[in-house]
Design a protein around this ligand. Structure first.
Ligand code: ATP
Length: 507
């Protein structure tokens, strides 16, 4: 088999794709391949253009420019941008699921799988009532459809629920049913839009198993949009990263997870996960340099998309390598807050960095396997790194490290918009805000930078403060969802009654 046989050809070639909505460029000159039989993930921060790419591939949108070439198993070639959506499904055999589950919730699980095969059954009936009464190939097609439905019920671990209404299934099972239903159409390419959204870790594992099974046993190629990095990194062969509608990285999970441009785009994950990714990458200095807050010149005030143009910055790695990083897609940037003074690199920071000798990059291979916690000491053990000493110093004297930020807090006050900021922690000792579920180390740092150090400050937040904090942390609705105020009130009460020494205790 040579490189030009259909089996060796990518199943999908996206070439110079652009999609404009009026003046907004949702996708700009995007090119990437989906290789046959592989799982390709499309990731990026919210609004990066992922769903728009899906909508162009599946015919929901006609792209402004560019070509989407689909090559089937038999060598049949289609230019999807020229086809109506129903033909993309029927002829090119591209199936998709949506961000929001779209099942027939009143039908049983089995019926959902049979309905998916409606076209095939109608064809077998010859589109006549006689077909339904057994004339022609209908009975055989009906039997095959039931067999196929049973097969996918089993694969999706739904056999026990076959007769239950689809709407009664738990969320994770509904997601698997959607995929099983799509698979009943025997697609060559399966496009999944955030299949792990809302799943718990156990359900995510079940989803991974189902997708791996599809890859191993059906020959269906998978293109998925996903924010859940455990799914993306766990099952993808190939990852394409978008930011502001442009491709910023394209490679294996290992290549992408260590790409500073991807780290800058925060892998489309929440702040706590960013920290984990950076620790895994082993280059803590990158986050320090990227954590400079929103860019006022190129940020969301100018545009929610790439109209603002790429924002470049040069990041110096621990090993002395200088890498130009395109920034600006961070959720905080899009939140529309002005750049807080606290976020501006303090004068001492570059000096401290300059003093740091080059550090060895950890070997890429085993690092991916290394648990986050285990990789921490490795980072700290890097040759001659000044960081650990600095960290030790800050651990020993937290009050002296926070005031540096605190001094900057008043300047950032107006931008922050949180009413009860403090210039410094009371008594020089901040509460351990990480005790509030949903506040990780990165968010604690950000809150401190905004003059929030104590549980009672969070407990006293009003609606406007929550909105301001969410804009800064880029947590739409999360503070209310996780009841930070309630948690903080309880923690404040506990802290008030506990001896002073316990206030800063970790979880
Ligand atoms: N029909 C539309 N009309 C106008 N603008 C649109 C339309 N569809 C998408 N956009 C814009 O295009 C940009 C990309 O949106 P898209 O939904 O593709 O991003 P995404 O990466 O899928 O985001 P998310 O992860 O939040 O789903 C956004 O700025 C969005 O507002």
């Amino acid at each position: 088999m040579n490189a030009t046989t259909p089996a060796a050809m990518p199943i999908l070639q996206v070439e110079h794709l652009s999609m404009k909505f009026g003046g907004l460029v949702a996708i700009g000159d995007l090119s990437f391949d989906v290789r046959r039989g592989e799982i390709t993930a499309l990731i990026g921060p919210n609004g990066a253009g992922k769903t728009t790419v899906f909508n162009c591939i599946t015919g929901f949108y006609k792209p402004t420019e560019g070509m989407i070439r689909f090559t089937g198993r038999a060598g049949n070639e289609f230019l999807l941008e020229r086809m109506p959506d129903f033909q993309i499904t029927a002829k090119a055999k591209v199936a998709r699921t949506f961000q929001n589950i779209r099942l027939f919730s009143g039908m049983t699980v089995l019926e959902n799988l049979l309905v998916a095969q409606h076209n095939k059954l109608m064809k077998a009936s010859g589109y006549t009532i006689l077909g339904l009464f057994g004339v022609g190939g209908y009975p055989q097609a009906a039997a095959e459809s039931i067999e196929k439905a049973k097969y996918w019920l089993d694969k999706a671990d739904l056999t026990q629920r076959a007769d239950d209404p689809a709407g009664d299934l738990p969320y994770g099972a509904q997601r698997r049913l959607e995929i099983a239903r799509a698979m009943c159409t025997e697609p060559e390419l399966l496009c999944l839009d955030e299949p792990a959204a809302g799943l718990n870790p156990k359900e995510s594992l079940a989803l991974n198993a189902l997708l791996n099974d599809i890859k191993a046993n059906t020959g269906t190629s998978i293109l998925l949009i996903e924010h859940d990095m455990s799914v993306v990194m766990g099952i993808s062969d190939h990852i394409v990263v978008l930011e502001y509608g442009r491709k910023i990285s394209d490679g294996t999970p290992e290549e992408v997870r260590t790409d500073p441009r991807v780290i800058a785009a925060y892998l489309g994950v929440d702040d706590e996960e960013v920290e984990e990714v950076l620790i895994e990458v082993g280059d803590e200095e990158v986050i320090e340099q990227l954590d400079t807050g929103p860019d006022t010149e190129h940020g969301p005030e100018a545009s929610a998309s790439m109209l603002a143009g790429p924002v470049s910055d040069t990041v110096v790695h621990g090993n002395g390598e200088r890498v130009t990083v395109e920034k600006g897609a961070g959720k905080a940037e899009r939140a529309g807050t002005a750049k807080p003074a606290a976020a501006t690199p303090v004068v001492s920071k570059p000096a401290a960095k300059a003093a740091k000798p080059a550090k060895a990059q950890p070997a890429p291979g085993p690092k991916a396997e290394t648990p986050v916690k285990a990789s921490k000491p490795a980072g700290a053990a890097k040759t001659g790194k000044a960081g650990p000493a600095a960290k030790a110093a800050s651990a020993a004297a937290p009050a002296t490290s926070t005031p540096a930020k605190a001094k900057a807090a008043p300047a950032s006050g107006k931008a922050a918009g949180i009413s009860n900021r403090l210039p410094a922690p009371r008594g020089g000792k901040a509460d351990d805000l990480q005790l509030v579920k949903g506040i990780g180390p990165v968010n604690e740092k950000k809150l401190n930078a905004h003059g929030i150090y104590h549980f009672d400050q969070i407990a006293a937040w009003k609606k406007a403060d929550i909105a301001a904090a969410e804009a800064y942390l880029a947590f739409d609705g999360r503070i209310a969802r996780e009841d930070w105020i309630g948690q903080a009130k309880a923690l404040a009460r506990k802290a008030a009654s506990a001896p002073a020494t316990k206030r800063g205790g970790r979880k």
